[in-house]
Design a protein around this ligand. Sequence first.
Ligand SMILES: NC(=O)c1ccc[n+]([C@@H]2O[C@H](COP(=O)([O-])OP(=O)(O)OC[C@H]3O[C@@H](n4cnc5c(N)ncnc54)[C@H](OP(=O)(O)O)[C@@H]3O)[C@@H](O)[C@H]2O)c1
Length: 185
Amino acid sequence: MIIGSRAAERAQAAAGELGHGIEGADNAETARRSDVVIVAVPWDGHGKTLESLREELAGKLVVDCVNPLGFDKQGAYALKPEEGSAAQQAAALLPDSRVTAAFHHLSAVLLQDPEIDEIDTDVMVLGEARADVETVQALAGRIPGMRGIFAGRLRNAHQVESLVANLISVNRRYKAHAGLRVTDV
Ligand SMILES: NC(=O)c1ccc[n+]([C@@H]2O[C@H](COP(=O)([O-])OP(=O)(O)OC[C@H]3O[C@@H](n4cnc5c(N)ncnc54)[C@H](OP(=O)(O)O)[C@@H]3O)[C@@H](O)[C@H]2O)c1
């Protein structure tokens, strides 16, 4: 596993803290050396980052987890990307990659807490190709407590990305790191 960064030394420092043989590299090298690439940058830098990595990401399975959000005095709110969603922007910018979208609702706080060994949540996985969706579902399923659930094609990514604004409201009111469960599946 490789952590990417705009600066290789930042990635190496982050990887060093995590241990377990995780490596750090700049974003281009990370993309080049990976089969599956999770895109986790702020919405502001999303388009520019992907555009600059088009060649390195060709043929790769890209998992976009970016939530285009704005923040004001009333809290978080969903932005409306021109392409429909961050995932659709990724698909438009990366015509030679296989773009999926997942992990939007997963709390980084829970993920990085070494005391937590199970995360009680489902992950909605969106994509065009069934095999790619299944790969990402399997990735989610590697974390104890978590399931990857198919939640539609990329044209329906906007609602999933936007729902994070609601989860942020939940988290603020209830002092929680809320997740979601899809029932009867
Ligand atoms: N935090 C969560 O719980 C969570 C959960 C699900 C999804 N997400 C989504 O994941 C994305 C990242 O969230 P985060 O909380 O990890 O944010 P973050 O800490 O602000 O950003 C992650 C990394 O992106 C890089 N970055 C920052 N600005 C950038 C830019 N303009 N262009 C390219 N790279 C840039 C930075 O790494 P370098 O400076 O080292 O390049 C930074 O460490 C967001 O779109 C968010 O919606 C977050």
